[in-house]
Design a binder for this molecule. Structure first.
Ligand code: GDP
Ligand code: MN
Length: 383
């Protein structure tokens, strides 16, 4: 689960990481009050979970509270689009923070390194831009340090890493402290990623996190109930947010063939077969085991919310799930949604015969095998 910048900064400041003063709001009047309280020289930042907010126009510096409030008012409710997120995201909240005077920008992150089964601290003097770009153009500018979670940080290794990164002298001990705080926060909050970019050095020589991105391991969320109510806010796609609310496992994949199946394995096979047939899956969706008609209907609705979907592929292997329940749910959804796109279904297993009978005469085209179904829906969707 990705946390918003304001949540990330709140979390990190509890561990002693220096962050700018500020507050979050979705109310333009309150935005003005916050900006005034901070003295007017503020940065207004869209709280959306996408990279490159700066370039997308979601981060702006101001000299007066009035100007900041005007911008906040425009920003709230607006859709921000970036290179990484062409679909864009609606801005619900803005963070208003004191402007940091930046003399130099660094990059610092703590990640999970699956290859070594350790944490990975990454540090670079090339902050402010995307780290992928630095990795490509100037890989030597990134210093990496593996941290064994059992041993924790080793002081001399950390000092060497900071020195090797060629940070200005006055930042060394502050960076050593910050990385210790980040690693502690990472472990205790079950994070799988913490990134500070930029980590700013002020003209007075003070190190401060001007931006912060924290992601918490979804499997550990039961230990972090404080985020329980906000999981749907942090979905990266509006339909994914709706899926979280409905308790449905859905991932948007950006293609044109909508997919609904039962069981993650079967759905993944469906994705492969759609790709093999020359199509692009619009989504992953697992209706789950033993789904009743009502749930199936909710799943079909979810897939159909995606305006890119040009065809629907239903792939069901009934075990606990009964195919007649699936068929009923599909038809209920079609009744309400006025579906016009082609639909192909491969239905096997428990009550398959009954299920097929229910679908007879509907717009659902039956297919005997997964491969045949995939070929058919791709042919029809892209016709
Ligand atoms: P991102 O584009 O989503 O990573 O958003 P950031 O919070 O990193 O902001 C983008 C850029 O705006 C940063 O790289 C900085 O150059 C600039 N910026 C953000 N906050 C401040 C600030 O307080 N002071 C100054 N001078 N620049 C800032
Ligand atoms: Mn940033």
């Amino acid at each position: 689960m990705k946390l918003h910048e304001y949540q990330s900064k709140e979390l990190l400041s509890k561990y002693g990481v220096p962050v700018p003063q500020g507050d979050v709001t979705s109310d333009p009047a309150e935005a003005r009050a916050i900006a005034e309280k901070l003295g007017g020289k503020v940065v207004v930042k869209a709280q959306v979970l996408m990279g490159g907010r700066g370039k997308a126009g979601g981060v702006k510096l101001f000299e007066t509270a009035a100007d900041a409030a005007n911008f906040a008012k425009d920003l709230i409710g607006k859709r921000l689009v970036s290179n990484q997120n062409p679909q864009g995201m609606i801005v619900d909240k803005v963070l208003i923070a004191e402007t940091v005077d930046i003399a130099k920008e660094f990059y610092v992150a703590v990640l999970l390194d699956r290859a070594t089964q350790k944490l990975l601290v990454m540090l670079s003097v090339e902050g402010g831009m995307e780290i992928e770009e630095v990795a490509e153009k100037n890989p030597d500018a990134i210093v990496k340090l593996n941290v064994d979670p059992a041993w924790g940080l080793c002081d001399f290794e950390l000092r060497k890493a900071v020195k090797d990164a060629n940070l200005p002298k006055e930042a060394h001990s502050q960076m050593v402290s910050m990385i210790k705080q980040l690693v502690k926060a990472y472990i205790e909050s079950d994070a799988d990623m913490i990134e500070i970019n930029p980590c700013a050095l002020t003209p007075e020589g003070r190190l401060i996190a001007a931006d912060a991105k924290v992601s918490i391991d979804d499997n550990a969320l039961f230990r972090h109930k404080e985020y329980a109510g906000t999981t749907s806010d942090s979905a990266e796609h509006p339909i994914e947010a709706e899926a979280v609310k409905r308790g449905i496992a859905y991932v948007n994949l950006g293609g044109e063939v909508g997919i609904m199946g039962n069981g993650a394995g079967l759905v993944m096979q469906s994705l492969d077969e759609i790709n093999a047939a020359g199509g692009k899956p619009a989504n992953f969706l697992d209706v789950g085991g033993g789904a009743q008609a009502e749930r199936v209907k909710a799943c079909v609705e979810l897939v159909m919310m995606d305006q890119n979907v040009k065809g629907l592929f239903i792939n069901i292997f009934g075990g606990i799930t009964r195919c007649d329940e699936v068929a009923k749910g599909v038809l209920q959804a079609f009744d309400e949604l006025d579906v016009k796109i082609p639909v192909v279904a491969r239905i096997e297993g428990t009550a398959a015969e009954e299920g097929r009978k229910i679908l007879e005469g509907s717009r659902v085209i039956p297919a005997a095998t997964v491969q045949a179904a995939a070929a058919k829906i791709v042919e029809l969707a892209y016709a």
